[in-house]
Design a protein around this ligand. Structure first.
Ligand code: GLU
Length: 427
């Protein structure tokens, strides 16, 4: 993936434009005169940025910039993941934090929004001990800002349950308590929840199933292309492959795209990538390397599960699938989204489609608070209920306002966040 210094800024501009537009549609200024609600949603409550001097295994030091943006906590404690990626910058993290606030409101979780990130040099792959040092240093920089009732991070791009384990452990060392509830997405043995690791990908397919249900569309036998084979894309692929009867014909990552007309054997592909690395995806023995970009795949559904701004005004025209579901946060730029809507693409937006991860994080918080353990079946049943209800609400709002699901989601979320902000007074 190319480094484009403008992507974070462009992403933030898109999110802020959407917030302003929604506030105007909701007539917030008229309903709450002089309360400046939109500014209070756009300007984050707090931005923390700090340096991490990370010692490599060979003794050299990597000087890294780390961020945590707490967007707002009007509806509940700050919540959102931490990503380690070369594209991380303040604007990107700020945009992602705002999307977390919106996402939690869309699915009705009593949580606010935050996001964290560390900008990693491009191409750098850290060893396990280096990842551990990075996790611990990140917590050291933020120890007073985090907490189970304050701000609860989770995994995101390039972070996982092991990173959350180190972070929770380090946080406990500072507080003197064996508190693991300050993080979600932890391993099961440290108070993690059943179903959390795969929750975002599973939730994407649950949203697609509900979409198909409303459209009277039979998913069985339909074809699916998935951009991105990380945590979200791979679990979405697995659920689609094993539970819906869909054929996952195309899968891509930053190194290329692989296809199989009969449908890729997803468990075998996951095993292959786990053993040989992401670079080897295109060499999967039971598939062929695609000649074109995955966006051009001639499938029934396209799932975008890579990074933000993957689809721009320049390449949106390549999309051939009539249904697009967003597993990543912000995969379409605002311009691309407008063009896609104009072209009649049917889009299930990120703030609904990928809310499964934070929803099961919330379940993890509830279990931790009550020293409880839920079964995987119970977690998935509750997740299904939340995804279906949220989808049904948006579908109804989109019908009423004659708008897209994305606009319906923003209308619902911004209205609720604004009401909570107003009730709290001039804080
Ligand atoms: N990183 C995930 C997201 O973007 C999950 C966040 C969480 O569980 O707090 O939605």
């Amino acid at each position: 993936m190319e480094t484009n210094p403008k992507t974070g800024k462009q992403f933030l501009d898109s999110v802020n434009t959407m917030l302003r537009q929604t506030s105007a549609d909701l007539k917030l200024e008229e309903r709450y005169p002089g309360h400046q609600l939109v500014e209070r949603m756009i300007i984050p409550d707090r931005v923390v940025s700090f340096r991490i001097s990370l010692q490599r295994d060979n003794g050299a030091i990597d000087v890294l910039t780390a961020y945590r943006v707490q967007n707002n906590n009007f509806r509940g404690p700050y919540k959102g993941g931490i990503r380690w990626h070369h594209r991380v910058d303040l604007a990107e993290v700020q945009a992602l934090a705002a999307l977390m606030t919106i996402k939690c409101a869309v699915v009705g979780l009593p949580l606010g929004g935050a996001k964290g990130g560390v900008a990693i040099p491009e191409g750098r792959v850290y060893s396990v001990p280096e990842r551990e040092r990075l996790s611990r240093k990140y917590v050291e920089g933020l120890v007073h800002d985090l907490g189970p009732k304050k701000d609860i991070p989770a995994p995101d791009v390039n972070t996982d349950a092991q990173a959350m384990a180190w972070m929770a452990d380090h946080y406990g060392k500072f507080t003197g308590e064996s508190i693991t509830a300050a993080f979600t997405g932890k391993p099961l043995s440290m108070g993690g929840s059943q179903g959390r690791a795969e929750a975002t990908g599973v939730g994407v397919i649950m949203a697609l199933e509900r979409h198909a249900h409303h459209k009277h569309l039979e998913l069985k036998g339909k074809t699916l292309a998935i951009q991105g084979f990380g945590n979200v894309g791979s679990h979405a692929a697995l659920k689609a492959h094993s539970e819906t009867g869909m054929k996952v014909t195309h899968v891509s990552n930053e190194f290329g795209c692989v296809f199989q007309d009969e449908g890729l054997d997803i468990p075998a592909l996951m095993k292959w990538v786990a053993q040989n690395g992401q670079k080897a995806l295109i060499k999967f023995p039971d598939g062929q390397e695609c000649k074109e970009d995955i966006l051009s795949a001639d499938t029934d559904v396209l799932c975008l599960a890579a990074l933000e701004n993957a689809v721009t005004a320049d390449n949106v025209g390549c999309i051939r699938a009539p249904i697009v579901i967003e597993g990543a946060n912000g995969p379409l730029t605002a311009e691309a989204d407008a063009l896609a809507v104009k072209a009649g693409l049917d889009i299930v937006p990120d703030i609904l489609a990928n809310a499964g991860g934070v929803t099961v994080s919330y379940f993890e918080m509830v279990q931790n608070e009550n020293q409880d353990r839920w079964t995987r079946e119970y977690v998935l049943e509750r997740l299904r209920g939340i995804m279906n209800n949220a989808y049904d609400d948006l579908r109804e709002a989109a019908r009423k306002h004659k708008c897209t699901l994305r606009r319906a989601a923003f209308l619902k979320a911004v209205d609720e966040i604004a009401a909570a902000c107003d009730l709290r007074g001039a804080q």
